[in-house]
Design a protein around this ligand. Sequence first.
Ligand code: ADE
Length: 239
Amino acid sequence: MHIDILTLFPEMIDPIFQSSILKKAQEKQKFSYNLVNFRDYTTNKHNKVDDYPYGGGAGMVLTPQPVFDAVESVKQEKATKPRVVLMCPQGETFNQKKAEELAKEDHLIFICGHYEGYDERIREHLITDEVSIGDYVLTGGELGAMVVVDSVVRLLPEVLGNEESAPQDSFSTGLLEHPHYTRPADFRGMKVPDILLSGDHAKIDQWRKKESLKRTYQRRKELLDHHQLSPAEKEMLDE
Ligand code: ADE
């Protein structure tokens, strides 16, 4: 996968690619990235990328020219048909399903703005997806793009090692994850549940399933609306 991020603040984003799993994934050549400052594409003689809104009103609007030119340029370089994702609070709310969908692509382009708005022609003619990371307004799309990129890259084949594997994640199973414990078995009198020390893997699996269901019910009941409960799972919840 190749990821282009169009932003006026590339220095905000670069650090996420320089550590941990995203760094290792590049070393293993699972993805590459490019930060594009779309100010470099403006034809405005004062280097401006924004202007006053037609019809008046507060705030500035990102002009279409530098954004179109930057997107067309990165599209040409790769000769692929990328998804072009606009980060904005009006977009569809990001979730694990959307991360899984984007992880199937070969090329993603993210557009991050810092203004009151984007010229509507960017929405109408350039982008394929509009994504919000939640119902709150950030100063710009960069933090959102970082969230999306992080959750997409970790889903790419062979990015996570066995011990970090993705299919057990909260949300990818439709449920929140069960609790985890590690050594010591007794920490200041706080004990690990006996079942996890029993070596009985069928019983451990059953315990984990039940804890996962309980936790989902207690914290995110609405997730169970989309999860077809088996008779055994129903019984576990009733216990
Ligand atoms: N830009 C500003 N607010 C945002 C949000 N909630 N999600 C994505 N991009 C944004």
